[in-house]
Design a protein around this ligand. Structure first.
Ligand code: ADP
Ligand code: MG
Length: 699
């Protein structure tokens, strides 16, 4: 039986040899694979030229004429084959350097050909090297498309005779043999709603477009379909998780939560914080398992939301834990949370790599007998020895720093999976979040606490360093503190270290002790020394912190108001944004100065300009996505957005939103896809689930 799952050897003209080559080089195995292997561009053959119309600037041409003579011309190395090609208006040369013997035998003199190729212009005469040639008689018979597809290829394929022309023939034969086997994959309702092309029409036109317009329609139909089925898979997974994974029910809101909220909350929550808290409360009371991603820009106040969620767990007899990526950050959380809970009867502990054995044992015991309520820590939390009596909620801060395996380890610490709240200050563009985290619930704190002043950001060249020093002095005079950050890139650690040390020296000269005190923190220091230096800065004993990017995540020193980033062009956008987030945390006007050399790449310029233009983390993330593509954004690697065949997550965001909304309303109406009008979708879906890899597993 002919089906599109047949290997491509079923296609007329595809030998076993060529088939295995196509599989090895491009991963094309079945007819379906080839059908979904799309051209990356099209040669527009709507125009024919006459020879007297050719200009030295003309690029690709198509001409009808005859070959009048063929000769071999000796050259420095070997020879070339030259054919004279004529139409009514003049003549040009067709030239071959390879395959001369074979071509010479195949050429027919004085028969009309359509010739196509790149035009060369040399010394006033035109030639086309290695042209495509087709007898007019054959040309007329073929399934002709005026726009010809050009398929992605590899050197090996081209060298083994799989030319673009041959690929075209394969696809053409495939379409002719299998056209009737292409079945519609969307429901009539969706097709009508969006006025989509039918699947057959779309596939035909994606390979052999009738016109620019039909190409556009074909592509948008196929993109919609691709994104729609991804969304359908993610949303189905979410539905299944919700119904399958039981969650603890936090039905009580009592003592801990209320006392804290009414008596000890240090400020009023912003509306965004309130909204997110409501979303969390609804989740944890529902009986289903919460798996929620909380996005909020640096300084938006995620910690307090996390704390309130933990208090809910406590009110229901559960323990809570919070994991942070660095010791500094975990310690800060511990201090802040202990202070806020100081007058309440809640036991909080800190567990990091540097906690002594004795203390560690104590923590282990208190955890198991339930007398310890909240445990804050680093990766040390993941050790097998750390077992909770009854963990109700696990909070993961700055999740992009943790690997998937680490994260899932945390919630294997219970027989029932605790509720999960993952927090990130690396905003993920909405479109990407939909594709990568489409199976999670997402909350966003999109509002900063009141009174924050936007960090003023400028870009200065290295040569302006003196005036930057002057500015630092003025700020320090006012009692402020300053960060100076140097890049650290793994491959050139030694060089970066030297940069840092040179910088430290020149800063020390400019800011001599005892008037000025300087802290220095970098990756080659022992944790205890780092901690000591950091602490001096936190306590205000030093006015300047010279550091590599170790301070990037989370550190909170409200009195620091100047962030100077050296060689700023070497940092990525999200890193720059994170660094800038270290200042602007107090009531004072804060500044970020991006220093760079004069030599800047286009991309480097765009990054710095973006930083100067906006402080909106989501806008910055959008630019980042455009600059670097989804492959470099955290979390995408496992998600399948990189394997898209036709859609582009950046460019096709409108289609993505439409596809997601369509998938949502479809599942609301028919969660099992069992209605007859959705049978096309169901069939395709089942087939896809069978063949596709597992989708994003963040939990
Ligand atoms: P992030 O979201 O970056 O983790 P934090 O939770 O560390 O932010 O909060 C940043 C600062 O803002 C902290 O000093 C915190 O106390 C303060 N803060 C948080 N929420 C509010 C609020 N609603 N009003 C005033 N200050 C707040
Ligand atoms: Mg934080």
């Amino acid at each position: 039986m002919l089906t599109l799952n047949n290997p491509i050897t079923y296609i007329k003209g595809v030998s076993v040899q060529k088939a295995s080559l196509l599989y090895a080089e491009l991963g094309i195995k079945t007819c379906n694979d080839l059908l979904n292997f799309f051209p990356f561009r099209y040669i527009d053959k709507t125009t024919f030229y006459t020879i007297n119309q050719l200009q030295p600037t003309t690029a690709e041409v198509q001409i009808v004429g005859k070959i009048t003579s063929v000769k071999s011309v000796a050259q420095k190395r070997g020879s070339r084959l030259v054919a004279t090609f004529q139409d009514q208006t003049g003549s040009i040369e067709l030239v071959w350097f390879k395959g001369q013997k074979w071509i010479k035998d195949a050429l027919r003199i004085n028969e009309p050909y359509v010739v196509y190729g790149k035009l060369n212009h040399y010394n006033g005469s035109f030639s086309i090297p290695h042209p495509e040639l087709e007898l007019v008689a054959v040309y007329k018979k073929k399934l002709q498309s005026k726009m010809q597809p050009v398929y992605p290829s590899t050197e090996k394929l081209t060298n083994s005779g799989v030319s673009n022309k041959l690929m075209r023939t394969y696809v053409q034969n495939l379409l002719q043999q299998f056209f009737d086997h292409i079945t519609e994959s969307l429901s009539q309702e969706i097709i009508d709603n969006f006025n989509l092309m039918s699947k057959r029409e779309a596939l035909l036109n994606a390979h052999f477009p009738k016109s620019q317009e039909s190409l556009a329609k074909a592509q948008s139909r196929l993109k919609f379909e691709e994104l729609f089925f991804i969304q359908l898979q993610l949303l189905r997974k979410k539905l299944i998780n919700k119904s399958k994974i039981k969650g603890f029910v936090f039905e009580n809101v009592s003592n801990n939560f209320n006392t804290f909220y009414n008596d000890y909350l240090p400020f009023n929550l912003t509306n965004a914080q309130k909204r997110v808290l409501k979303e969390i409360r609804k989740d944890v009371a529902s009986g289903a398992h919460m798996n929620r991603l909380l996005q909020g820009d640096v300084g938006s106040g995620k910690t307090i939301v996390a704390l309130l969620a933990m208090l809910l767990a406590l009110d229901n007899g559960f323990q809570a834990t919070m994991m942070a990526p660095t010791e500094i950050l975990a310690t800060q959380h511990y201090i802040a949370i202990s202070e806020m809970l100081a007058n309440m009867n809640i036991k909080v502990a800190l567990l990091t790599g540097s906690v002594r054995v004795k203390k560690r044992r104590e923590i282990h015991n208190d955890l198991m007998d339930g007398s310890l309520h909240i445990l804050i820590g680093t990766h040390a939390l993941l050790e097998d020895k750390v077992t909770f009596k009854n963990l109700g909620i696990a909070i993961i801060d700055e999740q992009h720093r943790f690997g998937v395996a680490q994260r899932s380890k945390l919630w294997k610490k219970n027989t029932i999976v605790p509720h999960i709240l993952v927090m990130t200050a690396t905003p993920i563009p909405r479109t990407l979040a939909m594709s990568v985290y489409g199976d999670l619930d997402v909350s966003v704190i999109d509002e900063l606490p009141p009174g924050r002043k936007e960090v003023k950001t400028v870009h200065r060249f290295d040569s302006n360093r003196l005036s930057v020093f002057k500015f630092m002095k003025d700020e320090i005079e006012k009692g402020r503190q300053v960060y100076i950050v140097y890049p650290l890139i793994q491959e050139s650690e030694a060089m970066d270290y030297k940069d840092l040390m040179d910088g430290y020296e020149s800063v020390s000269r400019e800011f001599p002790s005892p008037k000025y005190q300087i802290s220095i923190v970098h990756g080659q220091m022992k944790p205890a020394d780092k901690e000591f230096e950091m602490q001096r800065f936190v306590n205000g004993e030093t006015q300047i912190m010279v550091a590599t990017t170790v301070i990037e995540v989370g550190v909170n020193v409200p009195n620091a108001s100047v962030m100077i980033i050296e060689s700023a062009e070497r940092f990525g956008l999200s890193q720059l944004h994170q660094l800038r987030g270290r200042v602007g945390r107090g009531a004072d006007q804060s500044y970020c100065i991006l220093l760079s050399s004069y030599k800047l790449s286009e991309e480097g310029k765009t990054r710095l300009k973006t930083m100067v233009d906006t402080t909106d983390g989501f806008k910055i993330a959008e630019v980042d996505l455009k600059l670097r593509g989804p492959g470099n954004i955290m979390g995408t690697q496992q998600s399948g957005v990189l394997n898209l065949k036709i859609a582009d997550i950046v460019k096709d965001s409108k289609i993505l939103v439409a596809a997601r909304n369509t998938a949502i309303s479809l599942l609301q109406d028919d969660d099992n896809l069992s209605k007859p009008e959705n049978s096309n979708i169901k069939k395709t879906f089942i087939q896809l689930v069978k063949t596709s890899k597992i989708w994003s597993e963040i939990s």
